[in-house]
Each structure stands twice: as C-alpha cells, then as structure tokens.
Design a protein around this ligand. Sequence first.
Ligand SMILES: *[C@@H]1O[C@H](CO)[C@@H](O)[C@H](O)[C@H]1NC(C)=O
Ligand SMILES: *[C@@H]1O[C@H](CO)[C@@H](O)[C@H](O)[C@H]1NC(C)=O
Ligand SMILES: *[C@@H]1O[C@H](CO)[C@@H](O)[C@H](O)[C@H]1NC(C)=O
Ligand SMILES: *[C@@H]1O[C@H](CO)[C@@H](O)[C@H](O)[C@H]1NC(C)=O
Length: 306
Amino acid sequence: MILSIKKTLLLILGLALVIGAIASPHHKSKKPCKKSSKKLTKKNSPPPVPIPTGPKNTCRSFTDKFQNSRIVNQSAYNGDPTSADWIDTCGVPGTYTQSNGLNLNLLKPADQQRTKGDDGYYNKVLGEGFSCNSTYKMLYGSVSMILKANGVGGCVSALVCMSENGDEIDWEMVGKDTKHAQSNYFYDRMLIYGVNGGVHEIPKNGQIDTDFHNYTIDWSPDYIKWYIDGSCVRTLERADTYVNGTYRFPCHPSYVQMGIWDGSGAVGTAQWSNGPIDWTKQPSQLTSTIQQISITCNPDYNQVIN
Ligand SMILES: *[C@@H]1O[C@H](CO)[C@@H](O)[C@H](O)[C@H]1NC(C)=O
Ligand SMILES: *[C@@H]1O[C@H](CO)[C@@H](O)[C@H](O)[C@H]1NC(C)=O
Ligand SMILES: *[C@@H]1O[C@H](CO)[C@@H](O)[C@H](O)[C@H]1NC(C)=O
Ligand SMILES: *[C@@H]1O[C@H](CO)[C@@H](O)[C@H](O)[C@H]1NC(C)=O
C-alpha cells in the first residue's frame, strides 16, 4: 500500500514535501507542541468527535522489543489477530531477522536495470524490502518506534498508520538526508498540496543512521503530533483540515506498519528519496534496525487489550 501510493504520486509528493519543508519550522531543542495560538472561527471549529457508545474497535497496547515476536507470513495468516503480533506483508525470505531488535532488510536485486527517464534516472528492478502490519488496528492512540535507519540514498524506512480506505499518518526516514526525518499524512488517499508533508531536523544535531531515535506519532481525534526523541516537531490540527464540508483528517481504524522500501522505481520518487540506489556499489542488503515499538491505544475509542 505504501508503495502503490508512492508510485502513483511520485513527483507531486516530492513537490509537496519540498513546499512542506519550506513551510515547516525546524525545532532544535526538546519541547512540547504549543497550543495553536490562532483563534478558531465558527466555520472551522470542529464538532467534537463522538465517543462510540456501541462496540469499539479492538486495539492492542503493547511494547515489542523483538526478542521472539510472532511474525507470520501474510499467505499463512489465518485472520485471527491473537495468533500473531505482526503480519509480514512482503513475504520475501531474508527481508527480516530478529536479533537485538528487528532488522529490516532491503535486498539487492540481481539486475537493477538503471534507466534514463526524461529528467533523471530510475531503476526498472527494485530491491525487495520488509513490510508488516500490526494484527490489530488502532483508532487514535500513540505509536513510538526506536529506529536506526539505513542512510543510503534511495532507501526509505517508514512507520505508518494506515486504514483500509487510505487514511495515512507517516514517519519516513530517507537515506542521504540523514539530518532530517519526514512527516506526512493523507485523508482518504487525498493529497493536499503543500500541506501533507513536513521535513524535520533530528534534535541535538542527530542523524537518522548513526544512532537510534524515538519517532512518535500521537494521533488524537483533534490533532496529530509528531515527536522525535520526545521533542514535538509538528502539530496538525483537525480544525485546519476542513475543506468543502469535510475534515480531511485521518479518522479510521488503522494498521500500524513498519517497513523499508526502495525509492528507485520512478524518476520522481528517486529524486525525492535521494536515489536511485546504485546497487553496483552496495552490499547484498541494506538494513534498518528497530529496537522497539510501543503502541498505546486511546481507550475512549478502542476496546483495549494487552
Ligand atoms: C511466504 O509464503 C509464500 C507463499 O507460500 C512463500 O513463497 C514465501 O517464501 C513465504 N515467505 C517467507 C518469508 O516465509
Ligand atoms: C495491511 O494494511 C493495509 C492498509 O491498511 C490493508 O489494506 C491490508 O489489507 C493489510 N493487510 C493485512 C494482511 O492485514
Ligand atoms: C518516545 O517518545 C514518546 C513521546 O515523547 C514517549 O512517550 C516515550 O516514552 C518515548 N519512548 C522511549 C522508549 O523513550
Ligand atoms: C470545493 O468544491 C468546489 C465546488 O464543487 C470545487 O470547485 C473546489 O475545487 C473544491 N475545493 C477543493 C479544495 O477540493
């Protein structure tokens, strides 16, 4: 899903991110997100999101340090969320190992078929990389991933909350741009030009690929906050997403996804991801490591299990 959206949006996404980068402030020290100072007008002041009175989404709050996680191949998954922790939605052998965390591998393709497009290069054959879904969905809550990302341009490491209809909240760590991490969101697979994406400095002069950092998505009915190492780097208010009678704000139960992917598949994506990867100069695999992930479901909107 991550891939197909990225492939379709390509250059547009890249442009949105560039604009987002210009528009988004860079915070340097650990700080909480401030309340929006702007007064809400009647028009965009959102009605409260009702707390469900009937059956709630079942969501699992847990911390996984990947010592012995139950990761099941998608093709072997029996649909019972109690039977596994994660669903391997990639399915390619060798794309992950569990040792001192979860190692996500992007495997070198046999022949990348480097190709010249109209305004740059891309690879016709992509590296296969691990991706997984949580077995339970979350409707509002918080997710923190402790990650050391791969720093090779064209290699993207991601933490995503994604619903079936295409509501999406992202952290993306893009190789080569090792001093920044990117935030993004979509409502119902819709792009809002120049608004969705943000680029954020890693606090304390940190780098995505030399150390582990704590990337958090804090998703509430009224806002999404993105944190790095406890510093709030971005707030999206639901009130500010109102367009033509709809709040274009993620609001559907979402799988938590982790993954590594090859951004080399089209010129636009390759430029955004600092690729294409020149696999002739790389080892047999590129690896990102997740030390742990914690999911905390909002009990107002979920029936929470542990
Ligand atoms: C997942 O299942 C498919 C289909 O049975 C199989 O080809 C693939 O090797 C499996 N992957 C892993 C990682 O076991
Ligand atoms: C994984 O998540 C995506 C996005 O929500 C969903 O479309 C897909 O059906 C999920 N797959 C599994 C096996 O849970
Ligand atoms: C990661 O950051 C979040 C948000 O500040 C915090 O709640 C959480 O405790 C942190 N996790 C770890 C393991 O430090
Ligand atoms: C809002 O609706 C009007 C009328 O249908 C349409 O012309 C306009 O493009 C819409 N605006 C956005 C941002 O979708």
